[in-house]
Design a protein around this ligand. Structure first.
Ligand SMILES: [Zn+2]
Length: 250
């Protein structure tokens, strides 16, 4: 949609140039206007082949907003508001997933909206190329945070395949829903396996845990699997299937 928004004024300019051209075909001014308009359009529609988004599209991944325009994005690694305190995505500020995973996320969003019309999925991370994983490793290596980043090598994380998503919920009036901890909070309080105990000790409220359950319910209904250590992380399919079906995004 965004590209059409930008193209519209240029198309109008082109149409004007064309219609003026038909009145006086040989006018050099009109010919110049037409050529200018065409070159501006070419500049816009030609993809930036150095961009990460373009590379992901070449590998068959899809932009979630082309599948489900109602989800919200807050891509934390494209800001310095993350546990690394560093922007490791640069210009890339999107959520790309394998097509089947994006369609599954659309189903989760439909389940959520049917039961909770004021809530939307708030996406923090989708595919994460392995090159970014290496970059993260270099930042945390030798620090206290090293244990929170998967070491390079090995068979890769589900994010590297575009088959996992990190997300929360946002309410249309009151904003980001309280899940008891922020995204990427590395501590037991963020771990679903300890939730009931933390409600008993008062470290989490029942409402916070219920909010997590709303998210989990929508995701699981759609076919995702949660994990015991992070309330925000969901895998689309079992690891064996993912490794069979997809290749790692480098
Ligand atoms: Zn994750």
């Amino acid at each position: 949609m965004r590209i059409f928004f930008w193209l519209y004024p240029l198309l109008m300019l082109l149409m004007t140039a064309c219609s003026e051209g038909s009145e006086s075909k040989n006018s050099p001014d009109n010919e110049k206007k037409l050529q200018d308009s065409l070159s501006k359009i070419n500049q816009i529609v030609e993809p930036d082949t150095s961009s990460l988004a373009w590379k992901l599209e070449q590998q068959g991944l899809v932009d979630i907003l082309t599948v489900d325009s109602s989800v919200r994005l807050d891509i934390k690694y494209s800001t310095d508001d993350n546990f690394l305190n560093e922007d490791v995505y640069g210009d890339y500020d999107a959520c790309y997933l394998q097509k089947e995973v994006a369609e599954q996320l659309l189903r989760a969003d439909s389940f959520l909206k049917a039961e909770h019309p004021d809530l939307r999925l708030l996406i923090h991370d989708c595919v994460r190329p392995r090159s970014v994983q290496y970059q993260m490793w270099e930042i945390v290596k030798g620090t206290d945070q090293q244990k929170y980043v998967a070491a390079p090598g090995g068979s890769g994380s589900m994010h590297n395949y575009g088959a996992a998503v990190d997300l929360s919920l946002i309410h249309k009036d009151t904003g980001v829903v309280d899940m008891g901890t922020p995204f990427d909070f590395f501590g037991k309080l963020a771990q679903p396996r300890y939730e009931d105990g933390f409600v008993k000790t008062g470290e989490l409220t029942q409402a916070q845990v219920d909010n997590r359950r709303v998210l989990r319910w929508a995701m699981i209904q759609a076919g995702f699997h949660g994990i015991l250590s992070e309330w925000w992380h969901f895998n689309a399919f079992p690891r064996d299937s993912v490794k069979k079906w997809y290749t790692i995004v480098e």
